[in-house]
Design a protein around this ligand. Structure first.
Ligand code: RI2
Length: 303
């Protein structure tokens, strides 16, 4: 079975969230390997490269997709037979998916330790990693209030408020433009990540940069909840392309004059100076120490 259905579901955002798309891509490669019946090694490698490209072309900004695919294909080129290569892919995928879920739980535990009774938390978009931090703190008996933005234009915030309400969290939905209006009450901000550069800059859902800037002017800490496979393995910001999606996502059923232009970037970049800490499965990391972590994980990448 080839990876096209998964790549298409990622592209349409039927499968969304930086962690989920990485796990889905890895699982799709594993299913491709499992179903492959040929015996010619070069032909298999060519097909694997084709599947890799299809998956990586589905969405450009979350490096978790690239890292998840790379970790799933690690060591395959050194295999000497199709069977060996198939087993390598299936084994790598199972290991990556398992470690990804373990990382999310570890981050939930570590992040929850930063939440206190009486906190007023702001979160943005729908980050399963950030939501798990909040629900974990609630499950520990801590009582706090959460504001979640609707996160236009796609509205991932509606998923977040539903998830948090079902967990019994005191949750309030706000429109994106109300962030400054609540920031005076907010004590901590928890967001997710699509890509973190070795310099500790964050690429996340559009609107994150505004939230972090307003938070910074009011002295409120911004915590990024992110597994290490969301760290960019190179130093080149040019390797991160901010996705622009269909303008229909912005206007919906509204009718506008034909000469109205629409710009719909769905991620933005938050400078590391606006981020207090990055909560990873390796611990709570200062943005300036991400480079060391990146080198340890990915080895020495040229500038
Ligand atoms: P988790 C999402 O992007 C949001 O930007 C979110 O913060 C990030 O992925 C990380 O999500 P989209 O897929 O991995 O909604 O924490 O465009 O679930």
């Amino acid at each position: 079975m080839d990876v096209f259905p998964t790549a298409s579901a990622i592209k349409t955002m039927e499968i969304r969230g930086a962690g989920r798309i990485a796990r889905a891509a890895s699982s799709a490669l594993s299913m491709f390997a499992e179903g492959y019946e040929g015996s010619d090694l070069q032909e298999f490698m060519d097909r694997v490269e084709e599947q890799r490209r299809i998956l990586l072309d589905s969405r450009p900004t979350a490096v978790s997709l690239y890292n998840g695919v790379s970790l799933t294909l690690k060591g395959v080129k050194r295999c000497r037979s199709v069977e060996e290569a198939k087993e390598k892919i299936i084994g790598n995928s199972s290991g990556f998916i398992d470690s990804s879920f373990k990382a999310v739980s570890k981050i939930a535990e570590t992040g929850a330790s930063l939440i206190r009774d009486g906190d007023v938390i702001l979160t943005h978009c729908n980050s399963s990693t950030a939501v798990n931090v909040i629900t974990k703190a609630h499950s520990e008996g801590k009582r706090f209030k959460v504001y979640a933005t609707e996160s236009r234009p796609w509205g991932q915030g509606f998923i977040t408020v539903t998830e948090l309400a079902k967990s019994g969290v005191d949750i309030t939905l706000i429109i994106d433009s109300a962030v400054t209006s609540v920031m005076g009450q907010v004590t901590k901000i928890f967001v997710g990540a699509d890509t973190i550069t070795p310099r500790g800059d964050l690429y996340n859902k559009i609107g994150t940069a505004q939230i972090a800037t307003v938070a910074s002017t009011m002295g409120k800490p911004v915590y990024v909840c992110a597994e290490t496979y969301k760290i960019l393995p190179t130093y080149r910001d040019s390797d991160v392309r901010i996705e622009e999606r269909d303008c229909k996502e912005v206007i919906g059923e509204r009718k506008l004059p034909d000469n109205v232009k629409i710009f719909n970037p769905v991620f933005d970049r938050t400078e590391s100076k606006y981020i207090r800490s990055i909560i990873t499965e390796e611990g709570i990391i200062d943005p300036k120490d991400i480079e060391k972590l990146s080198l340890r994980i990915f080895g020495n990448k040229e500038e």
